[in-house]
Design a protein around this ligand. Structure first.
Ligand code: ATP
Ligand code: MG
Length: 297
């Protein structure tokens, strides 16, 4: 199967500053790919290169199997693109603007626009200039989704959306995933990526420092667990179990820090009579922050 996105040695500089260096990125079709990284890491630069908005210093780009920038126009027709700095013509209404884009794309099924606007509670009769930041962002989302593209390239799509609309956006991504479409989602919001994405790539100072599946990350994630026992087990025994990083006994309760699997822990602990279990949600934040800051790993 062709990849939805493929880059090879993709490099972009602004003057002497390297914004993106030797990016080899492959996004298989049907995957929701979360693209994370601190401010200035090169996320928007990557996306602009994919869409042929800027030219690389070197390297190759293929989107839906088409070389960019050569096939840029076809890519623009087939991809749903939401730029990070989405701006629309202020004196048009939402409807006028979307009809204009629909014509450029060779016509679309307008019921899709109605459905998306209703979903995002967007009034298409308002002039775009008079819309709030969040509502303008919704116009950007509708134009990216309205032709039901097989690939969506979204640069911080939830920027400015209220929590309810962020939920709605995540629900929309779930449907897109179920339909086997592909999404490149750049974001700062770890929780959003953790929930929405199948794979995550982290970019730091123009370099891709990690690509992994969210399930593999979750399997490695750190969990805090409290086990209360009928009969107090030997702390040293618990400490040596696979996945257990830390144990502290308070009365009959063991406070544990577990990395990855809890299988062995529960097998060994069960005979001591577990009276209660409290687990705190596994959190990828610690893993992410390590990569963001770029220490130890
Ligand atoms: N037009 C430009 N002229 C000069 N430098 C630029 C330009 N666009 C981007 N850069 C530089 O390229 C680097 C990468 O920027 P980019 O916008 O891709 O980061 P980003 O990951 O999207 O950041 P953010 O999370 O803040 O959106 C930064 O150092 C930025 O200053
Ligand atoms: Mg950006």
């Amino acid at each position: 199967m062709t990849s939805a996105v493929r880059t090879e040695g993709l490099t972009k500089s602004y003057g002497h500053a390297v914004a993106l260096e030797d990016l080899d990125l492959e996004i298989p079709a049907g995957v929701i790919f979360g693209y994370l990284g601190p401010n200035g890491a090169g996320k928007t630069t990557t996306i602009r290169l994919l869409m042929g908005m800027i030219r690389p210093a070197r390297g190759r780009v293929e989107v839906l199997g088409l070389p960019v920038p050569e096939k840029r126009n076809e890519v623009h027709r087939r991809v749903g693109y939401l730029p990070g700095d989405f701006v629309a013509y202020g004196d048009m209404t939402g409807e006028e603007y979307l009809r204009f884009l629909a014509r450029l794309r060779g016509g679309i099924d307008w019921s899709e626009v109605d459905a998306l606007s209703k979903r995002f509670e967007l009034d298409l009769d308002e002039r775009i200039a008079s819309l709030s930041h969040g509502n303008r962002q919704k116009v950007g989302l509708v134009q990216a989704f309205m032709h039901r593209p097989e690939l969506l390239v979204l640069d911080e799509p939830t920027s400015g959306l209220d929590p309810l609309m962020q939920r709605e956006f995540l629900a929309l991504l779930d449907e897109v995933r179920a339909e086997g479409r592909t999404v490149l989602l750049s974001s700062h919001i770890l929780a959003e990526v953790e929930e929405a994405a199948d794979h995550v790539g982290i970019l730091r100072r123009g370099r891709l420092v990690m690509v992994e599946s969210v399930s593999a990350l979750t399997a490695r994630a750190i969990r805090r667990i409290e086990l209360s026992f009928g009969e107090i087990p030997d702390v040293e025994t618990l400490r040596t179990l696979r996945g257990v990083n830390e144990v502290r006994m308070v009365g009959n309760t063991a406070h544990l820090v577990v990395e990855g699997t809890t299988e062995e822990l529960f097998r060994v602990a069960a005979p001591f009579g577990i009276q209660s279990v409290v687990t705190h949600e596994a959190d990828l934040e610690e893993i992410f922050l390590d990569y963001y800051a770029g220490d130890s790993r």
